[in-house]
Design a protein around this ligand. Structure first.
Ligand SMILES: Cc1cc2nc3c(=O)[nH]c(=O)nc-3n(C[C@H](O)[C@H](O)[C@H](O)COP(=O)(O)OP(=O)(O)OC[C@H]3O[C@@H](n4cnc5c(N)ncnc54)[C@H](O)[C@@H]3O)c2cc1C
Length: 383
């Protein structure tokens, strides 16, 4: 089944060429995994090629791509390296609440900055004691004249150390639960705001993750993106929109694992023949192919539901949960197909496996996706 128009195929081909020439052939995926260096040059080149900020509206200088088209690009970037892609896509995650909130002034200014010039933004929601439980956040704000004052600590923030601005979730002092959470756009360099403790990770080491700390950070009232009655809902709506991107990442890494393992299995010989002739190896490869097709279809289904304005989050959750779990299995099987060599840093498959693990954790763990899906099933039963 051809799921792409001619124009989409050309877009995919351009992204694929970029990834091959700028990431895979120079082996920057493996080099940056080892060094943990932030991929500034590659991301700048992506920006120049129009591979970033895909869904930004044209009023903000963006390409105004559909979610469907954007996921096609994201799959390609993740084929190259999940860590580099996460660094690149963090901008879009930070931008989503601005695209969803009804605040054209902030949206045009901050999205416009990312389209006019290569730069970075970060989405600051999770905290040391509140990840899955977004409503459990404790970062708080109080109003003081024409300003808000924010105090607290955000953790696991992708691009914490490079962001020019942050999309920050905080609760009104004295509130609890999902009520009282507001969203601010906060400039890097605001007095009292600092990033610290870069986190050394299992995988996706080309992306930088850290804490963002707020100590009496004064933010002009005009930087309030969404008031306390809207913040939590907007956080959930953001995830419904961004989870197809993670699903696209899963499809990308599954395809990479499949390609690496297939090539190896035709070259490596055991018991006098290429290992692909051994049926248990062939079965693992066949399962990878099934997983790739299924994860891609679920991803494109979720993206087209987003484009149709269907706000049932379970499409995105199904795609993310299936993709994340399938990516973990396929990359682990790729290591298995490489045997002992798969367990070394001489081949990329061990990196794929370490990188893939995060797909089951960020933007809602695999368990949380299943909660979203099952709750939606119950809702539709009762409606
Ligand atoms: C590398 C990395 C980058 C990240 N980037 C960002 C970012 O840019 N911005 C941001 O805001 N956050 C980011 N995150 C945070 C990420 O979204 C959270 O780590 C994730 O949501 C899980 O939260 P937690 O780590 O607090 O785990 P917890 O919520 O403590 O969960 C621990 C375990 O308990 C399970 N669990 C929790 N509640 C339930 C439940 N009700 N039912 C069943 N199981 C449950 C979870 O599935 C998990 O297995 C990032 C995380 C990582 C690791």
């Amino acid at each position: 089944m051809n799921l792409l128009t001619e124009e989409q195929s050309m877009m995919v081909e351009a992204a694929r060429r970029f990834v091959r020439e700028q990431i895979i052939e120079p082996r920057l995926d493996m080099a940056l995994d080892r060094s943990g260096e932030f991929p500034h040059a590659i991301i700048e080149a992506m920006w120049e090629q129009g591979l970033l900020n895909g869904e930004f509206p044209s009023e903000a200088g963006g390409a105004g791509l559909s979610c469907y088209d954007h996921t096609l690009i994201i799959e390609e970037l993740n084929y190259g390296c999940l860590g580099i892609a996460t660094s690149a896509i963090a901008n879009s995650l930070a931008a989503l609440p601005l695209m969803l909130a009804d605040n054209p002034r902030l949206s045009q200014e901050y999205l416009g900055r990312l389209t006019a010039k290569h730069g970075y933004a970060a989405y600051a929601c999770s905290e040391p004691d509140a990840g899955s439980d977004v409503a459990g956040m404790s970062t708080r704000f109080v109003r003081k004249g024409d300003k808000y004052v924010i105090n607290g600590r955000k953790r696991w923030i992708t691009n914490a150390d490079v962001a020019d601005w942050y999309t920050v979730f905080a609760r009104e002092q004295g509130t609890s639960g999902h009520k009282g959470i507001a969203i601010f756009v906060v400039e890097a360099g605001t007095p009292g705001l600092r990033h610290e403790s870069m986190i050394h990770k299992l995988g996706q080491r080309a992306s930088h993750t850290g804490d963002v700390v707020f100590e009496d950070v004064e933010v002009p009232a005009t930087q309030l993106l969404a008031g306390p009655e809207h913040g939590f809902k907007l956080a959930m709506a953001t995830f419904d929109r961004s989870r197809p991107w993670i699903a696209a990442g899963a499809a990308g890494v599954i395809r990479r694992a499949r390609d690496e393992a297939l090539r190896y299995a035709t070259e490596r010989r055991a018991f006098g023949e290429p290992i692909i002739n051994h049926q248990m190896v062939a079965a693992m490869l066949a399962d990878m192919e099934i997983s790739y097709l299924a994860s891609r279809l679920l991803c494109l289904n979720a993206a087209s539901e987003v484009d149709r304005g269907n706000l049932r989050g379970s499409h995105s959750a199904c795609a993310k949960a299936f993709g994340g779990d399938a990516a973990m299995k396929c990359t682990t099987d790729a290591v298995q197909i490489f045997g002992g060599y798969g367990y070394t840093q001489d081949f990329v498959v061990e990196k794929l496996m370490r990188d893939a693990k995060l797909l089951q954790i960020y933007e809602g763990t695999s368990q949380i996706q299943r909660l979203v899906i099952s709750r939606d099933m119950v809702r539709s039963l009762n409606s």
